[in-house]
Write a protein that binds this ligand. Structure first.
Ligand code: ATP
Length: 258
């Protein structure tokens, strides 16, 4: 894929009859993620959320079926050649590299940085509230700051697809909201396609337009977040979030937005 195609606005992501197994029961995914939208991926523990992201990122390989990004079959492409960035719950950073260098890896894996790269890195650090902390090591940062560094790297990488695997799960509610707002702000500006794994209905509702609900290694339901969270979602989803939680979440979000 050319560098031009790697950058810029979001592209659709599709898992076309993908089958994958760790050696036990196979997981099967047949699902499309709309271009330039944020889709929350929810489902019980072990339902296959991380596996789905890993298949898109290229950390796992399907036994059959195709992974399409922007219409192109990326099956043969290693993770670094795919037009995606990924942020995990933790361990996104290299412990021996400074904040600036960790972000710089988003531009150049060998850290051979041009002046333009350095400017982009400085801007990303300002944007994520890390200005002045560029020389610190990851261990000299809070958990929230470390996740901001990972987001700064996403900013400088500027790929059309962003995979978020519970990136803010270990942060407190107020900090989580700040981080979600940062993601929403970057999304509004860049329009990348975001696949956002979360167990938190409030978080899904806060930034997600769509929901993909996984159960038992397969897609059990898809729909708009509005439908899912006003109670029109499938029974299995309502059981998962808990009775009445959808409406409570909607009210909560409505309050926050007013
Ligand atoms: N490396 C692995 N080796 C063997 N089995 C695995 C491996 N990783 C995941 N699994 C199994 O595959 C299934 C899907 O796991 P996955 O991590 O995708 O679920 P998840 O929905 O992300 O769960 P959680 O919400 O707990 O993070 C589970 O049954 C899990 O035990």
């Amino acid at each position: 894929m050319s560098d031009g195609a790697m950058r810029g606005k979001g592209v659709p992501v599709r898992l076309d009859k993908v089958s994958f197994s760790y050696g036990e029961a196979p997981l099967t995914f047949d699902v499309a993620f709309a271009a330039a939208e944020i889709t929350a991926i929810m489902g019980p523990s072990g339902s296959g959320k991380s596996t789905l992201l890993n298949l898109v990122a290229g950390f796992e390989t399907p036994q059959s079926g195709r992974v399409l990004i922007g219409g192109a079959d990326v099956g043969a492409a290693p993770p670094a050649a795919r037009p995606v960035s990924m942020v995990f719950q933790e361990n996104n950073l290299f412990a021996h590299l400074s904040v600036e260098q960790n972000v710089g890896l988003g531009r150049s894996p060998s850290l051979r940085l041009t002046e333009a790269d350095r400017t982009a890195i400085a801007e990303a650090l300002e944007r994520t509230g890390l200005g002045g902390k560029d020389k610190r090591l990851p261990r000299e940062l809070s958990g929230g700051e470390r996740q901001r560094v990972a987001l700064a790297r996403v900013l400088v990488r500027d790929r059309p697809v962003l995979l978020l695997d519970e990136p803010f799960a270990s942060l407190g509610p107020a900090l989580r909201d700040d981080m979600l707002d940062l993601v929403a702000g970057v999304h509004a500006e860049r329009g990348m396609t975001v696949l956002f794994v979360t167990h938190q209905p409030q978080d899904a509702r806060r930034i997600g337009r769509n929901v993909v609900f996984l159960d038992n290694g397969a897609v059990a339901a898809t729909g708009s977040a509005d439908d899912f969270f006003v109670g029109a979602g499938p029974e299995a989803f309502r059981r998962y979030v808990g009775a009445g939680a959808g409406n409570a979440v909607s009210r909560d979000i409505a309050r926050k937005r007013t």
